[in-house]
Design a protein around this ligand. Structure first.
Ligand code: GRG
Length: 262
């Protein structure tokens, strides 16, 4: 379906599947075609979430990944279907591959939990319900953990599941992904205030216009930068715990943390 291809190939960073692949390789897994297919399922979910988030009924954005949003190009009906198609296709990719059955089942369960009403969908619902209302920092942290953190935590955990890692390692990966996800969302909030449209490939200053709850809105730009550092320190602590447990330097996690260097 052209509308699905359009957004998938529009030039996203592919951060989430890259995290899954990086972690699984770090833990000794070979990148086979089956691993690649399973790892890329999360990008389908992420792309669906952006298409739906941009719809007139949600954020009503015109620009995404430097191009007209899906509904601007194909209309709201087709964009809704493109999102629906990507969401369901993700679970086909997770279930139809050559990985062991138990690995596939665990990935399906973990992604359904992260993307659904206990994760990303809940965060988006809180975001919409909170528009124009003042959320506390705790409420905002929870919203961000669900909306953005859950999918990034899944991406790290999925690498562990694919590699057959112990529960201890998977717990550390989850902690890394959660902290990384919070840092990622705080940075996104900051970019909406400080960056230009050309830098981020989407319209800026949209959060304030929509009376959204954001870190800079609640804490100011400097306060948000400090909160970003706290989240990054948590991610680094998880990275260090992984280094100790595995007795290797998890360079790949450092590369992901490099995203936050200016
Ligand atoms: C519609 C159920 C539903 C959920 C939407 C993810 C989301 C929930 C909304 C997107 C709002 C947003 C811009 C959040 C900021 C963090 C974020 C997910 C940024 C975009 O991710 P990147 O930077 O994007 O990885 P690319 O384009 O590189 O893939």
């Amino acid at each position: 379906m052209a509308a699905m291809d359009y957004s998938l190939t529009a030039g996203g960073k592919r951060l989430r599947p890259a995290l899954t692949l990086g972690v699984s390789e770090l833990l000794g897994s070979e990148i086979t075609p089956a691993v690649l297919k399973a790892a890329c399922a999360v990008e389908l979910i992420h792309t669906y979430s952006l298409i739906h988030d941009d719809l007139p009924a949600m954020d009503n954005d015109d620009l995404r990944r430097g191009k007209p949003t899906n509904h601007k190009k194909f209309g709201a009906g087709m964009a809704t279907l493109a999102g629906d198609g990507l969401l369901t296709l993700a679970f086909s990719w997770l279930s139809e591959n050559e990985l062991p059955e138990l690995v596939r089942l665990r990935l399906i369960q973990a992604l359904a939990k992260a993307a659904g009403p206990a994760g990303m969908v809940a965060g988006q619902a809180r975001d919409i319900a909170g528009e124009g209302h003042h959320l506390t920092l705790d409420q905002l942290r929870k919203l961000h953990a669900e909306k953005t953190g859950a999918l990034l935590a899944y991406s790290a955990v999925a690498g562990g599941i694919i590699a057959g890692a112990s529960e201890d390692i998977i717990d550390i990966l989850r902690a890394f992904g959660k902290a990384y996800g919070l840092a990622f969302q705080i940075k996104d909030d900051l970019l909406d205030v400080t960056a230009t449209e050309a830098q981020v490939g989407k319209e800026v200053h949209r959060d304030a216009e929509a009376h959204k709850n954001t870190y800079p809105g609640l804490l100011g730009v400097e306060g948000a930068k400090q909160a970003l550092q706290v989240a990054l320190n948590d991610a680094k602590a998880a990275r260090d715990a992984l280094a100790t447990q595995l007795a290797v330097n998890p360079v790949i996690l450092d590369e992901f943390l490099g995203y936050f260097e200016d």
